[in-house]
Each structure stands twice: as structure tokens, then as C-alpha cells.
Design a protein around this ligand. Structure first.
Ligand SMILES: C[S@@+](CC[C@H](N)C(=O)[O-])C[C@H]1O[C@@H](n2cnc3c(N)ncnc32)[C@H](O)[C@@H]1O
Length: 219
């Protein structure tokens, strides 16, 4: 029995839905467009060390390595099964990334060891308590001047987007998704010590408003 199993929600809540996660994102959410945009806004430099937090099947992790071959790219996820799929994908591409098993709120890395932390569609899987713990951990592992770049569900810009998001809430839980609907992620970034916080963009998707954020650890 996996002792961490009740500490994370798999990509589509149920293990049996994990195989359809990649095609679903690709066909319904313009996955590559928003992930590319996230990588672009992160302004990654040669030899940067970059963490993809809650990497799932490593789509973003592999994209990071493809666009920035000289960066050291690490993906972390709590779900061993999804990491197995990610490892197979990485072998097929021939791209060298590290894939670690760990919990977002107990990062297995030293202080000040990353230049950038990126995260896509993970924060809405975490309870408020675990979001706060995770952001403290992200702050700890970032170097001074390091940045956090997040793509996740944001405050709906109209009623249609609010209604569309109900499906995600039914799947992933009303408790964990409430902070996204209420647009509270920037406030939580600030409470963890981040500065220069910005919502950089938002996209209309079939499942609601997807928001992109950046935040900096200045000291
Ligand atoms: C919706 S999927 C997103 C995967 C990937 N980032 C993407 O955009 O395709 C959310 C991922 O977060 C992981 N996750 C959820 N809670 C976690 C936690 N507490 N620690 C580590 N990973 C977690 C899940 O296992 C899942 O792979």
C-alpha cells in the first residue's frame, strides 16, 4: 500500500482515468500553447536549475528540456504510477530529465537549489493548508532572485466560465478548488513571502478560466 496515496489527488482523480489525461488536455485545452507560454514567461537562462512541481506525465518537464537543453530540469510528483508513464515518455524522447517522487509540501531538495519553479494544474489539487505548506517549500528551495511560474484555474471572467468550471470542481473537489475560483492564489503567494506577483494572462477553456501567474523571491 502506498503510504502517500491519500496525500495527493491523481491527475484526473481516479487512477483508471490517468491514461486519458494527456489526450484530454491536448484536445480540449490547447495544452502546448499555454505550457509554451509558461516556459517563455519563465525567462530561463543557460545552466538554470528548474523544477516542474507536480509534473504528472512530464509534458511540461520535457517541453522545458526541449526548449532549454542546457538547463537542468527536474520533475517531481507524488504519484508513482504517473511517474512510471513519465519515465517511459522521457526515454522515448531521449531528453535527459530527472524525475523524483515527492510531495509538493515536503520537497526533497536543499534550500536555494532552484532558479525557477514551474507548476501546471497542481495547486487546485491541494487543500488550503497544503497550498500554504507547498508555497513555503517552493520559497525555501528557490535561490534569491528565483521565480515561481504557475498555470492553474483562476477566477472565472464570466458566468459561462464559472459554470464550465463546475465539472472540474465535481472531479477534483470543491474544497481544493475554492481558492482558484475566488482568485486567491496571488494572495497566498504573497503570504509565503513572494513579491512582484502578477497574473500574466488568462485563457478561456472548455473547463473554465486558466490563469498564468509569476512571483519572485527577491531575497
Ligand atoms: C492535473 S495533474 C497536472 C500534471 C502536469 N503538471 C500537467 O500539467 O500535465 C496534477 C498532478 O499533481 C500531482 N499532485 C497532486 N498533489 C500533489 C502533491 N501533494 N505532491 C506532489 N504531486 C501532487 C498529481 O499526482 C498529478 O500528477
Amino acid at each position: 500500500m502506498d503510504k502517500n496515496r491519500n496525500q495527493y489527488i491523481p491527475a484526473l482523480k481516479y487512477d483508471w482515468l490517468t491514461p486519458v489525461y494527456d489526450p484530454l488536455l491536448k484536445w480540449t485545452m490547447g495544452e502546448f500553447a499555454f505550457k509554451r507560454q509558461l516556459v517563455r514567461q519563465a525567462g530561463i537562462e543557460k545552466n538554470n536549475r528548474v523544477l516542474d512541481l507536480g509534473c504528472g506525465k512530464a509534458t511540461l518537464t520535457l517541453l522545458l528540456k526541449k526548449i532549454h537543453p542546457e538547463a537542468e530540469v527536474v520533475g517531481l510528483d507524488g504519484d508513482l504510477k504517473v511517474l512510471e508513464i513519465a519515465k517511459t515518455k522521457a526515454v522515448k524522447t531521449g531528453l535527459k530529465i530527472a524525475l523524483d517522487r515527492g510531495m509538493a509540501f515536503e520537497l526533497p531538495y536543499p534550500d536555494r537549489s532552484f532558479d525557477r519553479v514551474l507548476s501546471s494544474l497542481v495547486f487546485h489539487h491541494l487543500t488550503r493548508d497544503n497550498k500554504v505548506r507547498t508555497l513555503k517549500e517552493v520559497f525555501r528551495v528557490l535561490k534569491p532572485g528565483g521565480e515561481l511560474h504557475v498555470a492553474d484555474w483562476g477566477k472565472p471572467q464570466n458566468t459561462l466560465m464559472r459554470v464550465a468550471f463546475l465539472l472540474v470542481q465535481m472531479l477534483d473537489g470543491f474544497n481544493t478548488t475554492a481558492d482558484s475560483v475566488n482568485g486567491l492564489l496571488p494572495e497566498l503567494f504573497s503570504q509565503a513571502g513572494f513579491e512582484d506577483i502578477q497574473q500574466t494572462d488568462r485563457h478561456i477553456t472548455l473547463f473554465g478560466t486558466l490563469a498564468l501567474y509569476r512571483a519572485r523571491k527577491t531575497k
